[in-house]
Ligand binder design. Structure first.
Ligand code: R5P
Length: 309
């Protein structure tokens, strides 16, 4: 497989290249003077299986660059293109609402029309995303990774709390992986209003030490609102475990004054440069991606061998 990695993902790319059958391909996506994007592949790719590693998250140039690179690779005769997008942007636009965009289906269609065959991501936002995608979408689970994080950081005794209904399944999967009795998971009822997020709850009993698990922290609005409620009922030690650390804006920094001791996130999204990350621990999801790609390659080789005995 030939790996075409965008610069922000070089760290992941270096580690993926330790898989013997993955080699690095060279390319550039630059702009002409008139600002049009232009892709240039500096590597022979005909008949190969190519991996594109990057993101389709804003700035919008990232999405366009992935699409243009894929289209160019296909034009050069590649056999298959897998987009490795550790964080799948637009995945929260997965609900049918009158007059609103269904962004997940839209980006799925764009990826497909640019000749991407399949997508590999980590902890996709919802099962609905997979149904809305017109091409296969593989979501690698962090359940075991997070269970190890709980063990390694003395968090097995914390009450695991879901910040909204959608996160209950995620919390319970981590509990199962960590060998914690699943029982009833305390959760919050969350509503997004024009004035911001409103939480009711927690529904269910919580102890003095709480661990909130969610798929992502974006602006932090969800977690700030949940932590305010927890603080109000006397919870003093709060830990947060999320897959994708977007850390948009600065509101999320209120978490430190609400009893949050540490935020754990993975490296699916590079941390914003210059961020003070003293109380943020990064748990690497790269081994999951590496294992999946190795298996994918091995299966393809076995299929090829059995077709050409
Ligand atoms: C919502 O369904 C998601 O799982 C996250 O809870 C949410 O999108 C995080 O966004 P923010 O940090 O801006 O509240």
């Amino acid at each position: 497989m030939i790996l075409f990695s965008f610069p922000a993902y070089e760290n992941i790319a270096r580690q993926l290249q330790t898989v013997a059958t993955i080699q690095a391909g060279r390319f550039t996506v630059s702009r002409y003077a008139n600002q049009e994007l232009h892709a240039n592949i500096e590597w022979a790719v005909s008949s190969e299986h190519c991996l594109i590693l990057g993101t389709i998250a804003p700035p919008d140039e990232c999405l366009l660059s992935v699409l243009l690179l894929a289209q160019t690779l296909k034009k050069e005769g590649v056999h298959k293109i897998t987009a490795v997008l550790p964080y799948l942007a637009y995945s929260r636009q997965d609900k049918e609402k009158l007059g609103e965009s269904l962004g997940t289906a839209w980006v799925g269609a764009l990826l497909k029309s640019s000749r991407i065959d399949d997508v590999v991501t980590v902890d996709v936002h919802s099962e609905r995303d997979k149904q809305l995608f017109p091409i296969p979408l593989t979501s690698l689970s962090t359940d075991n990774l997070f269970a190890d994080t709980l063990r390694n950081h003395g968090l097995l005794d914390a009450t695991i709390v879901a910040p909204d209904n959608g996160a209950i399944g995620r919390c319970e999967a981590v509990k199962r992986a960590a060998g914690i009795a699943v029982g009833e998971t305390p959760y919050f009822e969350k509503k997004r209003t024009e004035k911001g997020i409103i939480h009711h709850g927690p529904v269910g009993a919580v102890g003095e030490k709480v661990l909130i698990i969610d798929d992502m922290i974006d602006t932090g609005g969800t977690l700030v609102s949940a932590c305010k409620k927890l603080k109000a009922i006397g919870v003093a030690d709060i830990y947060i475990l999320v897959t994708h650390g977007l850390f948009t804006g600065s509101s999320w920094q209120q978490l430190w004054s609400l009893g949050v001791r540490r935020i754990f996130c993975t490296d699916t999204v590079p941390l914003p440069s210059g961020m003070n990350a003293a109380n943020i621990s990064v748990v690497s999801a790269i081994p999951l991606i590496k294992e999946h790609l190795s298996k994918m390659d091995k299966d393809a080789r076995q299929r090829a061998a059995s077709n050409n005995p």
